[in-house]
Design a protein around this ligand. Structure first.
Ligand code: PLP
Length: 386
């Protein structure tokens, strides 16, 4: 049975070129980049080259990149670190109800530490209006954290519109760009953000490594205290092979951006239109245009997303009900709930996410398999659609 992987928002396959660049740093070039001997120096050179590649992808200066263990750590370091550094100036933070748990849980932690957080509600299309953000900020607002693109719906955030205005007011702006990197252009100057999170495994790099962009001069208290690595912003021996992989993945992400916006977008559109036309009572969740090019979120009435995901897996098609981080739990998607969608639509939601490695043949297979499985589940539940 051919297997089809359409869950690229959960994670992506490591590109072979990425793996090839990483391999020597596990074997003969295993030095600690903080050591002063030749082993250390060659590891340091590789780390600094990776830093340049990541900086080039988002158009910042290499010293503004701090390597982390992934998106979760970058989000925690940004939100908690900025709040701690700025706590003397004010204690109000603005974010959104549909953020990733890495931001939401960090905000909830800050609430226990005497900070106040405003959680903006997205519209039924998943979008947040720039006006809502600008209305929510106050004189004591120190931080606004809004994702560049949502991991469940792909809907883009208003960061480009609000970033420059918030900067004028001296508010630190963080964006979780974990899902946006490699899918749409991301330039920190265009958005005027101060902090930006990214994670290698979402764009064909290795798991367990990411980065936080920290604009020069941004107040930030470190989350991990230790040996003073990363200019004192993140203690811990650097994960050289992972960082090298992140660097190569960043270079490739820039190179393949036109392909994501062209070929992958048309594959996504073809699959989405095919499913909507073949399966009656199917609804798209999220704004139809203002979203990433590789992901769709659909609800099939009368079908439970969890049951559908399991049935599709038995047919070799890997998709998701929403955030992979929540799989294993049957809790409804907090993103779709925040959008105010009715319970049956939330329950029936399926996230399908492509990558630049997705082939037209895989799309044909998905299109051949998914409608039959939905119909069978509907029949089993005694639901009739005409
Ligand atoms: N932020 C978003 C939007 C994500 O989609 C994810 C991963 O699902 C994360 C943060 C966490 O990243 P990581 O898996 O590297 O910790």
């Amino acid at each position: 049975m051919p297997r089809v992987y359409l869950d690229n928002n959960a994670t992506t396959a490591v590109d072979r070129l990425v793996l090839e660049e990483m391999q020597p740093f596990f074997l003969e070039r295993f030095g600690n980049p903080s050591s002063i001997h030749a082993y250390g120096q060659e590891a340091r050179r590789a780390v600094e080259e990776a830093r340049e590649r990541v900086a080039s992808l988002i158009s910042c200066e290499p010293p503004e990149i701090v390597f982390t263990s992934g998106g979760t750590e970058a989000d925690n370091a940004a939100v908690i670190g900025a709040a701690r550094a700025l706590g003397g100036r004010g204690r109000h933070i603005v974010t959104c109800m549909a953020e990733h748990p890495a931001v939401l849980r960090a905000c909830e932690f800050l609430e226990t530490q005497g900070y106040e957080v405003s959680y903006l509600q997205p519209g039924t299309d998943g979008a947040i209006s720039p006006e809502a953000v600008l209305t929510a900020v106050r004189d004591d607002t120190i931080l606004v954290s809004l994702m560049a693109a949502n991991n469940e719906t792909g809907v883009l955030g208003p960061i480009a519109e609000v970033g420059p205005k918030l900067k004028e007011r001296g508010i630190v702006v963080h964006t979780d760009a974990v899902q946006a990197i490699g899918k749409v252009p991301v330039h920190v100057e265009d958005w005027q953000v101060d902090l930006l999170s990214l994670s290698a495994h979402k764009f064909h790099g290795p798991k367990g490594v990411g980065a936080l962009y920290v604009r020069r001069g941004t107040p930030l208290a470190p989350l991990l205290l230790g040996g003073g690595q990363e200019r004192g912003l993140r203690g811990g021996t650097l994960n050289t092979p992972g960082i090298v992989g992140l660097g190569k993945a960043a270079e490739l992400a820039g190179r393949y951006l036109p392909e994501m916006e062209g070929r992958v977008r048309s594959l996504r559109d073809g699959l989405e239109e095919g499913l909507i036309s073949r399966i009656v009572d199917t609804q798209r969740n999220g704004h139809p245009e203002n979203r990433l090019p590789h992901v769709m979120n659909l609800s099939f009435s009368g079908v439970h997303g969890e049951a559908l995901t399991i049935s599709l897996d038995l047919q070799g098609v890997a998709v998701s009900t929403g955030a992979a981080c929540h799989s294993g739990s049957v809790a409804p998607s907090h993103v779709l709930v925040a959008m105010g969608l009715p319970a049956d639509r939330v329950q029936g939601a399926l996230r399908i996410s492509l990558s630049r490695l997705t082939t037209p043949k895989e799309i044909d297979t998905a299109l051949a398999v998914i409608p039959g499985v939905v119909h069978r589940l509907r029949e089993a539940a005694g639901v009739r659609f005409f």
